[in-house]
Each structure stands twice: as C-alpha cells, then as structure tokens.
Design a protein around this ligand. Structure first.
Ligand code: NAP
Length: 312
C-alpha cells in the first residue's frame, strides 16, 4: 500500500486564496500589508528566493519593497536600513535574506528587526513567545508543517512525535509547536543513540537533518505520518541510483537533469507510511506561504490591534 500524499502545493493554493481575501479586506480598511525584503550582495540562490517572495506578494495583493545593498555593506549601515524599515509604518514585515556577508554581524541584524515585523520568526522575543505558547510570529517552515498536519486532520493530541534535527529555525520550533498541540515529543540530533528504535515509536516523524534519504523505510512504523523537511540536491549518480531504485521515472529525469531534489526520508518509505509529504511539493511550498501569512498577520496585529478579521 502506498502512503497518502500530503500535498503542499494544494494547501499553499488554499491558504493563498484565504490570504488574498484577507488582504483585500484589510486594504479596504486602509491597511495594505507590505513586506520589505533586504537582499545583500548578488548570491544567485538568494536572488531567486527573494524574487519568488516578491512575486508571491504581488500575486496576493501585498505591497513589497526590495532593498539591494552591496556585498560590501557594514553592520552599522545595515543596522541603519533595518531601523529605517522598523520606523516605516507601511512596512509590516521585514525579511533579511540569509546568508549575510562574513563582515556583517548577522545576529545583531536579526535582533534589530522589530519583533512585530519579524515575519521570519527568528527574533528572540518571538522565540520566547513560542516557548510560552503566546501569540507571536512563528518560523515559517515549522509553521507550514503544522498547517499541513492541521489541514489534513492528522491527530496530534497524545501522539508520539519524533523530530529529527534541533536547529533554531526548524527542529526546535517544530518540537515546541507539536508539544503545544499536545503531542508527546522526542527531539533527536546527531548524538542521539539508537535513532532507528526512537523513530520506530513515532506516530509522526518530522525529518529536518539535511541528509538525503537518511531515514530508512524500516524505521517508519507502518501507518505513521512522515513530514519530510529535507531539501537535498543530489548530484551523485550512484547515490541517485541507490535512493531511486524503485522510481525509474525519477531516475530517468535525474539522468537528463543530472540532479534531483530528495528529502531526508528514503523514497521507499512511501510503501510503509500512512501519510507523507513528497519532496518536492510537500513542505517546500509552505515556507513562502507562511511568510505571506505572517506578513498579513503582522499587519493586522500591529495596525488593527482591536479588529477581528478572520483567524488569530
Ligand atoms: P541544520 O541547521 O543543519 O540542522 C540539522 C540538524 O540535524 C542538527 O540538529 C543535527 O544535529 C541533525 N542531524 C544531522 N545529522 C544527524 C544524524 N546523523 N542523526 C540525527 N540528527 C542529525 O539544518 P536545518 O536548517 O534545520 O535544515 C534541515 C533540512 O531542512 C535541510 O535539508 C534544509 O535544506 C531543509 N529545510 C527546508 C526548508 C523548506 O522550505 N522546505 C526550510 C528550511 C530547511 P546536531 O544539532 O547534533 O548537529
């Protein structure tokens, strides 16, 4: 039997429709949500990410501004730009695209962002709110994983959830969100002993390690839900052949393109899991979706604190 696919693109489209409608209502009240993106230097991957984020703003009717200081910018100069954006009432969300050049103190920059405009959810104030389960802006990728679980009605209360990875932007916030949803959460990392046994106990597995196909099918409890956050570009033909041995069409595509995007979970887990997010097309599209959602939320919370326009 094959797992039910948890379709991130479908959920993105649903949420985009909801956000478009909410943006329309807010704009009619004189509050057009807006995102300011700061792209330092000319890293092609960062340029592509930011372009996609700006395009999403345009699709939803959000205002957007792109600031592109040179790679030679100093910490002080970038701090000044962030302060200017903090002070601009039209800007609801500030996105500082990472990585920043080596001479810039990235931590200082991220901590300078007004927590009310911190749509990436990286500021310690927002992390603190998450720890204590108070409303705040939550990191986009884990928030997106929760939306997938919620919209596919995967039961969380009392479930055993195992999170593989403890990064500040994925693993830790994910574990907190699952705990607040009343799951019993285990967090694993590179020093965890007997990982396969720990994963076998899970009703829900969230893999966020950055290791292609690392989680083996026989670690997955039959029927478990698998959320695969890993986004790994595999270019080694032997590795691709090993991981995709049961997916001849994907292997064909790999041969044509010389690369393939794979998650942290072995593709054969599809035969064991009850439900699973594919890579690509699962968690990936949710990150940008939640960035848009956070921007609209930030606009509503900051500029209409007493209004009730849908959701929290
Ligand atoms: P990260 O900061 O590198 O963290 C990786 C985590 O995995 C660490 O906590 C590490 O443990 C753990 N780990 C590494 N090897 C392990 C092993 N053999 N056994 C158990 N745990 C192990 O990565 P990240 O930023 O959280 O990202 C994780 C993955 O998600 C990457 O593939 C990334 O590309 C992907 N991602 C996708 C999206 C998306 O939009 N879909 C967004 C963000 C990230 P230690 O702490 O002990 O080192």
């Amino acid at each position: 039997m094959s797992a039910r696919l948890l379709d991130g693109l479908k959920i993105r489209d649903q949420i985009f429709e909801e956000l478009k409608e909410e943006t329309r209502k807010l704009t009619a009240q004189g509050v057009r949500p807006g995102l300011a993106a700061v792209l330092v230097g000319e890293n092609p991957a960062s340029q592509l990410y930011v372009k996609t984020k700006i395009a999403a703003c345009e699709r939803l009717g959000l205002a957007s501004w792109l600031h592109t200081p040179p790679a030679s910018i100093s910490t002080e100069q970038l701090l000044q730009l962030v302060r200017d954006l903090n002070a601009d009432n039209n800007v609801d969300g500030i996105l500082v695209q990472l990585p920043l050049p080596a001479q810039v103190d990235a931590k200082r920059i991220l901590e300078a962002v007004d927590p009310a405009k911190d749509v990436d959810g990286f500021h310690p104030v927002n992390l603190g709110k998450l720890v204590s389960n108070r409303p705040g802006l939550v990191a986009c990728t884990p928030a997106g994983c929760m939306e997938i679980l919620r919209r596919y009605q995967i039961p969380l209360e009392g479930a055993n959830a195992v999170v593989l990875g403890r990064s500040d932007i994925v693993g830790k916030p994910m574990a907190l969100l699952l705990m607040h949803a009343n799951a019993t959460v285990t967090i694993c990392h590179s020093k965890t002993r007997d990982l396969p046994e720990v994963v076998r106990r899970a009703d829900i597995v969230v893999a966020a390690m950055g290791k292609a196909g690392f989680v083996q099918p026989d670690w997955i409890r039959p029927g478990a839900t698998v959320i695969d956050v890993g986004t790994n570009k595999v270019t080694d033909p032997a590795e691709a052949a090993r991981l995709l041995r049961n997916f001849p069409e994907r292997l064909e595509k790999f041969r044509a393109k010389r690369n393939v995007l794979l998650g942290d979970v072995h593709p054969d887990a599809l035969q064991v899991a009850g439900a699973l997010t594919p890579v690509p097309g699962g968690v990936g599209p949710m990150t940008i979706t939640m960035l848009m959602s956070n921007t609209v939320k930030a606009a509503r919370w900051r500029r209409l604190p007493n209004a009730a326009v849908g959701g929290d």
